[in-house]
Design a protein around this ligand. Structure first.
Ligand code: DGL
Length: 282
């Protein structure tokens, strides 16, 4: 079974692309809604919450876990991959969203190798819009420097966007004002970006309001499609992990907060009915 983790329901955008591209596998989605948003929390706390969530997914039978959450990927993935898994779970894998997104920002194919795969765009600027914690981690810059050091990265924290999505304020003059506030430092510069990545699972829900504010020549990257393509590629390169994944068409939706609240938002986002269960991680 593939586990998909996000701090909230926004990661369902990633799950939807995984279900489209890799429908044969069983999936377990976990939203840590009771402790969301993660975006303004400290690195230590994000690490602790993410590890707890990943361990719960393992306990429920997942052998591969995707951290759909940018904030969790930026703050906790390295620790989980380098310290936790080798000691406690050597047979399991945890994958994040930052590295595949950076490959796409740099115009590189999935699984690009630093110093070996030549970037298609070696100059210019690209941008990532994310939570305050993701920007503070500098993960996007560090990854891009390894892959395509000639490309300038504009990082913009959009602290009000997650609360807007959580409150269902996806359009209207107030929302537009907040969108413009965060977009201005990205767009009003001598060298504007050629690509913008929405580096937070909640942000694609703002796309209808956001698109008219971004000049037509700037590409808005869809992180869900990027992550699905990357996981497909990874499973092909790791048949030993693909072989262990169960294939029963099973989809289970879990949240650490109210199941009805989550199901309602999830249904709106996925466009079909779903049943959610509330779970306790310990
Ligand atoms: N899901 C988080 C992300 O992708 C954003 C929401 C939060 O702050 O918890 O960065």
């Amino acid at each position: 079974m593939i586990g998909v983790f996000d701090s909230g329901f926004g990661g369902l955008t990633i799950l939807a692309s995984l279900l489209r591209d890799l429908p044969q596998y069983d999936y377990l989605y976990l939203a840590d809604s009771a402790r969301a948003p993660y975006g303004a929390r400290s690195a230590d706390v994000i690490n602790e919450f993410t590890l707890e969530s990943v361990e719960w997914l393992f306990h429920e039978g997942c052998t591969v876990v995707v951290l759909a959450c940018n904030t969790a990927s930026a703050r906790a993935l390295r620790n989980i991959q380098q310290r936790h898994l080798p000691v406690h779970r050597p047979d399991r894998r945890v994958l994040g969203v930052v590295r595949p997104s950076v490959e796409a920002l740099a115009g590189l194919p999935p699984g690009a190798i630093p110093g070996v795969t030549l970037p298609s765009d070696t100059r210019g600027a690209v941008a990532v819009l994310a939570t305050a914690s993701t920007v503070a981690s500098d993960s996007y810059r560090l990854e891009l420097q390894k892959l395509a050091p000639g490309i300038e990265l504009i990082q913009q924290a959009c602290p009000m966007w997650v609360p807007l999505v959580e409150a269902g304020e996806l359009a209207g003059p107030g929302t537009e004002w907040f969108l413009r506030q965060s977009l201005a430092p990205v767009l009003d510069r001598p060298r504007p970006p050629t690509r913008i990545l929405l580096g937070c699972t909640h942000f694609p829900l703002l796309l209808p309001a956001l698109r008219p504010l971004v000049p037509a020549g700037i590409e808005l990257l869809n992180q869900a499609d990027i992550v699905a393509a990357r996981l497909t590629d990874w499973l092909q390169r790791h048949p030993e992990h693909a072989a262990r994944l169960t294939r029963g068409g099973r989809r289970r939706y879990t949240t650490t907060d109210d199941a009805g609240w989550f199901a309602e938002r999830g249904e709106r986002l996925l466009g079909h009915r779903l049943t959610a269960e509330r779970v306790r991680l310990r």
